[in-house]
Design a binder for this molecule. Sequence first.
Ligand code: NAD
Length: 488
Amino acid sequence: MLAASKLKISTGRLLIDGQWVDGSKKFDTINPATGEVLTQIAEASPADVDRAVDAARRAFEDRSGAWRKLSASERGRLIWKLADLVEKNIDELAELETLDNGKPIFESRYVDMPMVIDVLRYYAGLATKIHGETVNTFETAFTYTLREPVGVVGLIVPWNFPLLLASWKVGPALACGNTVVLKPAEQTPLTTLKFGELVVEAGFPAGVVNILTGGPETGKAIVAHPGIDKIAFTGSTAVGKEIMRGAADTLKRVTLELGGKSPNIVFADADIDSAVKGAISGIFYGKGEVCNAGSRLFLESKLKDEFTEKLVARAAKMRPADPLDPKTRLGAIVSQEQMQTVLGFIEAGKKDGAKLVAGGNRVAVDGSKGFFIEPTIFSDVKNEMKIAREEIFGPVLSVLTFDDMDEVIEQANNNPYGLAAAVWTRDVKRAHSVSRRLKAGTVWINTYGLMDASLPFGGYKSSGFGRELGAHAVEHYTELKTVWLNMA
Ligand code: NAD
């Protein structure tokens, strides 16, 4: 039997102008570990989007209103208070995330939520460090720049790290003085709704943070809305392209954090046991539903047999299990639809001639109807195969081999995506030279998947543009104004 949650989950409503309101339509949110309905969620209509944007616009434009009157330091303190409330409610938030997304409670409680708190505190501190500059031009002029908030920002978030990715956007948007309309993914709205309660409790003025639940139609209405100045989107590359097209008519600013097919490269001189651990966590952490998953593992040929054997042995120990059990390290795939997509990729791998060396099947956990897939490994994969080219977004690893550095760099870069990459070697010169030549927004050396609120994250090529996290995010949530004063 799967563990039963004692949480009381109420029906989801929309947060507009500081008030919780019902939507005209509703949809179910499902527990992927059981296939059962957790609760019903309001679907925001275009009229709801109008109301939320109006509220955000009013809160932003009223220069003597509660939000614009706050100093940068006061804004920072409010964001810090929100972080404190997230910390106070960390157990409930973690459990909600696990119930809605299927990720192990170990991840929600000890990775996602602590990072949400870190990110909010990082941007709370950054609020007072956003500034323009004075520039010396002519004796007869005083010239300077101002960094001003962009305005009303639409934040659209996917289902894999629901509250964490929301915090990556909400933190800098509010620190810079914007107001926001936030839409979580339809599969995983619960933690964002709880977060909305904490926003109200923290005392953010009405209209500063609006939360609209719903699916693609709600997202499209946000993207098309003329009252929104910028869209910050995380999600698939296909939808990212649609968003860019949709934003063109109103010339909105856009930042896109999209998919990945990240190469994880192991040279024969690496610390093999660490590299095996890194390869396993690189693909199976978060059930492989991770944008920077190390889904293409490149092994120097002479390592292939020993390394693959070790991988398979470790994968065998990672049985999918009850996400609410603190010992679980591989949870449930987020939805039935995503499970079918992943199983489809596994079939494609077999058909294309890759060798299935571990997993490959859906499994039942404790007799539940949940969406669980075994950790799956293919060896003898070629870079042209579908499983090596396309983002699977599930626990499926493709193992490829190489014989020299130029060859592996060419193969690693020969993919539309460029989100992240890793290289394992004891040779420092080689580590840096490979890092420079990889077309990826993040490169890890002798580790995989580390993140910090202070370091920028984002993609090259089809993995999007703009950087989240770190101080660079400020560039995307502000406009830069030049001021000339005639002193003649
Ligand atoms: P998705 O693109 O299907 O949906 C993401 C969000 O966009 C959801 O909130 C959805 O409702 C909304 N949406 C869907 N269609 C829309 C449209 N036409 N207009 C406006 N909004 C729309 O992505 P997903 O399946 O939820 O998430 C998985 C994808 O996210 C993967 O490709 C993954 O790599 C990517 N991702 C990227 C990063 C990163 O930082 N680069 C991080 C996490 C996930």
